[in-house]
Design a protein around this ligand. Structure first.
Ligand SMILES: NC(=O)c1ccc[n+]([C@@H]2O[C@H](COP(=O)([O-])OP(=O)(O)OC[C@H]3O[C@@H](n4cnc5c(N)ncnc54)[C@H](OP(=O)(O)O)[C@@H]3O)[C@@H](O)[C@H]2O)c1
Length: 245
């Protein structure tokens, strides 16, 4: 059995550890966006496949027997490609996607939007000192904000020259509510933008916002490809893989 894990998330790395521990041959695939990625257990390949066609060819060439799409909830293109490849090859595909933050008690009070552009518009009406945590790919949507303080937190440096009134923090979680509260208080943040990534690593900012009364603008997840079985934890995904045998 050879399992291809489409990765780039903590859940994907945990799944790789679980499966390698069970003696399963695992190939984890990373997009190659981050300069120093956390490397999963087992074999690793890095870089795009070249669309659906490339993914199908890769799966056939490497005799892949099961695929787990454990990519980030907002990595919708690779998930769509994985679903299309599955329909073409018939190789079993599972989606591993961590639960979102919509079950938090403060979620009803957030400003839910569908796109980063909407987040920019709504946040622009709510405040003037903005904490942006919607990720590197979303940054250009905020580019017109050259007239206000913007605190941006990224895992890797921005790939363009951001406006000089922005402060960029390059950090990787986990964060705790105390330090998030101190950061937001110190920078006098009056609105937070984020996306519904879910997970505990970056959740503390939401508690800090709730404690400080800072409004939250949050981007909903893109729709998942239809007809693909889904689980929420690496343990469930490992059990699914082990029953493929
Ligand atoms: N989007 C986020 O907010 C976010 C946050 C944390 C981590 N990540 C991780 O970063 C990676 C890229 O995210 P994205 O939002 O840029 O993806 P995306 O928009 O869904 O994918 C764009 C293209 O990148 C390549 N790609 C994406 N994930 C890949 C993987 N795991 N292995 C090989 N190729 C991959 C594919 O290229 P080809 O078509 O050439 O195959 C895909 O068509 C993902 O692995 C994801 O798990 C994303």
């Amino acid at each position: 059995m050879t399992v291809l894990i489409l990765g780039g998330t903590r859940e994907a790395r945990t799944l790789a550890i679980l499966l390698v521990g069970q003696g399963v041959r695992v190939i984890s695939s990373l997009a190659g966006r981050v300069t120093t990625p956390a490397l999963p257990a087992g074999e690793v390949r890095i870089g795009g496949f070249g669309g659906v066609e490339g993914l199908v060819a890769y799966e056939r060439e490497h005799a892949i027997t099961a695929v787990v799409d454990a990519t980030h909830p907002f990595a919708s293109r690779i998930s769509a490609n994985a679903a299309a490849a599955h329909h073409e090859t018939g190789i079993p595909l599972l989606r591993l996607q961590r639960p979102g933050w919509e079950t938090r008690p403060d979620a009803d009070g957030w400003h839910w939007v569908d796109t980063t552009a909407e987040a920019v518009a709504v946040a622009g009406r709510l405040g003037t000192r903005v904490f942006v945590t919607t990720g590197r790919k979303s940054l250009r949507a905020y580019a017109a904000w050259t007239d206000r303080y913007v605190l941006v937190r990224l895992v890797d440096q921005a790939d363009w020259w951001v406006p000089t009134n922005w402060e960029v923090l390059v950090e990787r979680g986990p964060y705790d509510p105390e330090s998030e509260t101190a950061l937001m208080r110190d920078r006098r943040i009056d609105v937070l933008t984020t996306k519904n990534s879910g997970g505990s690593l970056t959740e503390a900012k939401l508690q800090a916002a709730a404690d400080l009364g800072v409004p939250v603008v949050i981007v909903r997840r893109p729709a998942a490809p239809e007809g693909i079985e889904q689980v929420g934890t690496p343990e469930e995904a490992a059990a699914w893989v082990l029953t493929r045998d």
